[in-house]
Design a protein around this ligand. Structure first.
Ligand SMILES: Cc1ncc(COP(=O)(O)O)c(C=O)c1O
Length: 371
């Protein structure tokens, strides 16, 4: 029987091949590669898609986070609250600007920052909080935004995994001061290389971000501020413009696969399906179950033998990574993050995954764990 991969990018490419090949060839013909018409058009199309005033395309999701921190003046002696259960980039960009990531615990159902535990991490040095909409699931933003307002903190949303997800009808990434997105190829909107974007409704911040991504230049060779080279290129923008037209349909397909998994796995022993907030729309960048009673690794091995790829996002929380050992956090400090790392298992999900494949995956899980 054919192996089921975690993600099948070739299936997506096959369905768009002629359009994408043509668009890439047109860029080659134009020989215009940097900050050209495709980037401009993509930024406008993404503004419409998300319902935001400004989109600033850049070179990666990591760069988006770093540029956001710099635009808000965050640097040494400042602290930024970040969940410890996320991809390392969320915290590392805080470190790269010289600030300190302060790791916070998560809410076990959604794997996202627990708003109720945030205030305990705030000090006089805290400048910002970074809610990460992990796996495509919106963070419960209302209490986070209320706390930010009360304590005069910035909110940088790490929406790298959550393009198109909504909270009370508004796109995630547009709820705080700046939202950051990644177009890493595996993402729901993936480029054919690295890419990212920043979104904001603030005109002044948008101007600053445009300068920062391009050597601080207002005009060629006139630098207003200290910036860097972090631009999306025309080939990536051309690919993203085509894919953006399909994103809503792909999200609908992902959500229906997730619903099907939920149904099929409902009564399986030791399995807990991912939670969703009632007033939010999860976009299922990954579909991550919890496997209780230390059975995760054995299940993973069994599925591998049965031709089903899975992954563990993420095996070690950030406060226990070697990179952050200097902070001297200990096992037991952030118990929900630590438990999640031991229990999570991400199953294949992508729009082209068939119902028969979902049934096969759920069937194998049921055979192994029982009901
Ligand atoms: C939560 C999160 N934040 C940040 C990033 C960084 O994005 P990139 O890989 O585009 O630099 C990623 C992605 O890979 C991510 O998953």
């Amino acid at each position: 029987m054919e192996r089921i991969p975690l993600l099948d990018l070739k299936a997506q490419y096959r369905s768009l091949k002629s359009q994408i090949d043509q668009a890439v060839l047109a860029v080659l013909e134009s020989q215009r590669f940097i900050l050209g018409p495709n980037v401009k058009a993509f930024e406008q199309e993404a503004e419409q898609f998300l319902g935001t005033r400004h989109v600033i395309a850049c070179a990666s999701g990591s760069d988006a986070l770093e540029l956001a921190l710099r635009a808000l003046g965050i640097g040494s002696k400042h602290e930024v609250v970040v969940p410890a259960f996320t991809f390392a980039a969320s915290a590392m960009q805080v470190s790269r600007v010289g600030a300190e990531p302060v790791f916070a615990d998560i809410e076990p159902d959604t794997f996202n920052l627990d708003p109720m535990r945030l205030s305990q991490h705030l000090t006089s040095r805290t400048k910002a909080m970074m809610p990460v909409h992990l796996f495509g699931c919106p963070v419960d933003m209302e209490p986070v935004l209320a706390l930010a307002k009360q304590r005069e903190l910035y909110i940088i949303e790490d929406a790298a995994q959550a393009i198109g997800a909504t909270y009370h009808g508004a796109a995630v990434g547009t709820l705080g001061h700046i939202g950051c997105f990644s177009f890493y190829p595996s993402k729901n909107l993936g480029a054919y290389g690295d890419g990212g974007m920043l979104v904001t409704n603030d005109d002044v911040l948008a101007d600053e971000l445009r300068l920062l991504r391009n050597h601080g230049q207002t005009d060629r060779y006139t630098s207003e501020t200290i910036g860097t080279n972090s631009r999306l290129d025309e080939i990536q923008a051309a690919v993203l413009r085509i894919k953006l037209q399909h994103l809503r349909a792909w999200t609908t397909a992902r959500r229906s696969i997730a619903r099907r998994y939920n149904e099929l796995l409902r009564d399986v022993k030791d399995v807990r399906a991912p939670g969703e907030l009632p007033h939010a729309e999860h976009v299922f960048y990954v579909y991550t179950i919890r496997v209780k009673n230390r059975r995760r690794d054995a299940l993973r091995q069994y599925l591998d033998q049965r031709g089903i790829d899975t992954s563990v996002y993420y095996p070690v929380p950030l406060h226990l990574q070697r990179a952050y050992l200097y902070q001297e956090r200990k096992r037991g400090d952030l118990p929900e993050c630590e438990q999640a790392c031991e229990e999570v298992l991400s199953l294949p999900i992508y729009p082209e995954l068939t119902d028969a494949q979902v049934e096969r995956i759920a069937g194998e899980i049921t055979s192994f764990l029982g009901k």
